[in-house]
Write a protein that binds this ligand. Sequence first.
Ligand code: R5P
Length: 309
Amino acid sequence: MKIFSGSANHKLAEGISAYLKIPLGELQLRRFPDGEVCVKIVENIRGKDVFIIQPTCHPVNENLMELLILIDAMRRASAARITAVLPYYGYGRQDRKDQPRVPITAKLVANLLVAAGANRILAMDFHAQQIQGFFDIPVDHLFAAPVLVKYLREKKYPKSVVVSPDPGGMKMAYAYSRMLKSELAIVAKQRRGDCEVESYNIVGDVKDRVAILVDDLISTGTTLCAAAQLLRRHGATNIVTAASHAIFAPGSHARLAQSEINEFIITNSVPMNDMGGLPIKVLSVAELLGQAIDRIHNSQSVSSLFKVE
Ligand code: R5P
């Protein structure tokens, strides 16, 4: 087995490498003077089972293109099998035609990865489960929930309610509420623009409870801020957010700093922007991804990784 890291999240790749006790493979990664990606694999990978770790986070086009070029280089260097490890799958939110004349970028990216030469995908918390079906190659889809729930349990909140900030996240919130043995509530949300969201109703009781807002990702933060405002108005005592991917788009820092949210619990699936001053707890998914890589390499089941102890 060989594991390589693109430049998107080298720290996470180092954590995976430390867990697996396998050094990261040697690569030369640079840009040509005109900005094009230049890659060279420094060691022999002929006949190897290769894993390339690269979340396609910001700068998404750069990171995606780098991943595609790395896959191409590995294929041409005669790797026996190439697994693209995407702890975060960028462009995943355009997963259907919800308006006339718009693309389905989640499918386009799937096509690109396969065309480049990926034989398998290992991903974590796709924006929508059905993205798995956009690939005609095997996809192992992990959840960050076991890592986040373990931490949430340690907090021993006296009276809590898991809240989905929108109806689309209901299944995820339901799973968290079962794992945490807590109540469930759902916020009705209408998105009016990239940075404009209206949260207008809550189904469920949040009064005098710690609200645990769960979401797959935080980008501009508008979804969580609007939901938190409503939760506070409905009597939630404390508002905690648990999210798999902390994208933290430009402008999110100021928005989240002024919000009603008391704590942010996130993972290191993508490298974090400077969010100084915010109460953020970052949990590592290196071990989870490392275990999955080990199991895939040894042809073992990965479903045990979905369980919460
Ligand atoms: C929505 O469907 C997602 O689950 C997230 O709630 C949303 O994409 C977060 O984006 P933002 O932070 O920009 O509101």
